[in-house]
Design a protein around this ligand. Sequence first.
Ligand code: FES
Length: 322
Amino acid sequence: MTALELVITDIAEEVPGIRSVTLEAADGAPLPGYVPGSHVVLELGCGRRNAYSLTGDGVDPAAYRISVLHVPAGAGGNGGSEWIHRELTPGTKVGALLPRSAFPPVARARRHLLIAGGIGVTPILSHLRAARRWGREVQVLYTFRPGRGAHLDDIEDLAGGLPGPGLETCTEREAFTRRLDTVLAEQPIGTHLYVCGPGPMMDATLAAAAAAGWPDSRLHSERFGADALAPGEPFTVTVTHAGNRRELTVPSGVSLLETLERTGLDVPNMCRQGVCGECRLTVGGGTPLHRDLYLSDDEKAAGDAVMACVSRADGPTLEVSL
Ligand code: FES
């Protein structure tokens, strides 16, 4: 279901391999505001729906801005990034779902420790813009490959104008790890940590924070895509389809959706990232381990639906119907 019709009004090369895209309402109407750290799901011309972090602060946006890393379709991308980098031009119309929040700042935080890796800087930039609007205290640790620091000037400018220690950058993994341990140990009580980046970098950051005694309630992370998720435990799924029941094993590192596809079962899907809602299956038994950004908290708590592209079983078995 398309909620918004947008038009591309600008495309800019941030750094090699990262494009920033500006979208406005096709009819010129005001766009809905959003919570900092939100993502928007775009219906791409390649037949995919992908989610992208919005980089603004979300207040009365005249436009939505996203930044997209070029990931070739054959190198782990699903074709969406390739389409944005190769096909998209100003004037192209794109359908979108309303922005959704899954990574909001905590307003009462004493300080916001923002940690970004690579293209994971996009929701962090949104948080920083919100911090400037509300005068919040921040510290930013940004790691990227040499010459690939997207939005570096924006981040430097924003962080430098706010209370707190400002921005530190790292272009080597070892230097990042060393600084991370120190930075985690130095924070005043009441600091909240927000991290977005490649899966291993996020896992390492959250593990280091846990080892340093940070409570879960002050740790916030944003993961996009099945690749950024842990491989998960194997489980058995019982599938009911056209009156037949089949029992299948879902191995670690293989999604429920891939398992069903490998046995010839056809499941609608678009994003394969847990954001578009296409691969929703009805759960008849067992408990889902929800890892998607589509179902609401109430729907997740009800436990009667699962997004097959990213979610798994919380236990040894799950029963689903197609
Ligand atoms: S394919 Fe989009 S949520 Fe699963």
